[in-house]
Design a protein around this ligand. Sequence first.
Ligand code: ASP
Ligand code: MG
Length: 422
Amino acid sequence: MALIVHKYGGTSMGSTERIRNVAKRVAKWHRAGHQMVVVPSAMSGETNRLLALAKELAPATHTTEYARELDMIAATGEQVSVGLLSIALQAEGLQAVSYAGWQVPIKTDSAYTKARIESIDDARVRADLAAGKIVIITGFQGVDAQGNITTLGRGGSDTSAVAVAAAMKADECLIYTDVDGVYTTDPRIVPEARRLHTISFEEMLEMASLGSKVLQIRSVEFAGKYRVPLRVLSSFTPWDIPIEEEAKSGTLITFEEDEKMEKAVVSGIAFNRDEAKITVMGVPDKPGIAYQILGTVADANIDVDVILQNVSHEGKTDFSFTVHRNDYAKTIDLLNSKVVPALGAEKVVGDPKICKVSIVGIGMRSHVGVAATMFRALSEEGINIQMITTSEIKTSVVIDEKYMELAVRALHKAFDLDQDAA
Ligand code: ASP
Ligand code: MG
């Protein structure tokens, strides 16, 4: 008998019919002798609907008090889901009980709309499991030290499920979703994209942070920290497929690297269009420049991603970096008003129409020439690289947004990702 956590996303919970299917699937696992904890999201579209209502009535300035109410409102979506799933399980003839985050309790900090889980008390849940019940816990929400309801940020139910699995030392956490696993890249862009049978936790972390939206990034961090065995799989298979088959489907996020080393050097291609490039031109090349530019940006709470500084000519250099597109205008204004005059720089130019394309693979640690293959593939397509950044297991390039799909396709091919290595 194992302790298993299932997480179901909004699409899987999208209608009463689908909830009935979830109940039948969970019942199948329970009847196979497993202790089951289920963490569902709100029904699809529900969180958006709730937040849109709040927005209609929102005050002009968005205070902490306002954020508190947003969480109060958004958390109801998951409360409806757990209640519905619980009665659907009861209709299957099983004992089930649902809990909101505060009832468990799942304790978080007080950062409304993006709270972090601090602790989970599993006593109540364990007692229910021991009594033969299936326990259903709301995703996405918790309670702070003052008893206020908090939410974990969009997509936060993944993190709830992994955190519950970690706290209870579950044997596995299965994330059921509307895709059947993690792919080498987005199949909408590359039809030959292939499902990965396994991906290492570190690769998954890079893929999630580079824009692959299968899992909320915090859930991957959590899984890595507490070594939670995690699997992403489809909730659209027939609920009654044999459990052994289901248990092997999807993509397993692994912690062992050795077996992986034999496989592809690059595991996946990630991309995102969320960034914008900014260049401060004609900056005097002297100590403290990076600090003055990026320190000012950081003080305004703006995250910087790729950074590039070139050699100087006649004592002047250009300094480029990328920020989230939403911060683009704000950053340009900030540089023009504060940094350019203080530094005696020439001017600020920017380009919001860029994208970042990355190759990810732990095999890059032990192979040389991987980046060169990437650059060759891009040059053969006539794609100009504007910036490059690397880490141990990834190489990213910033290019013109209009070549994004072409670049992803070319790289997918160059690294033979359409060929099944497993
Ligand atoms: N319902 C929340 C959202 O839409 C949390 C989740 O689905 O993971 O973001
Ligand atoms: Mg999700």
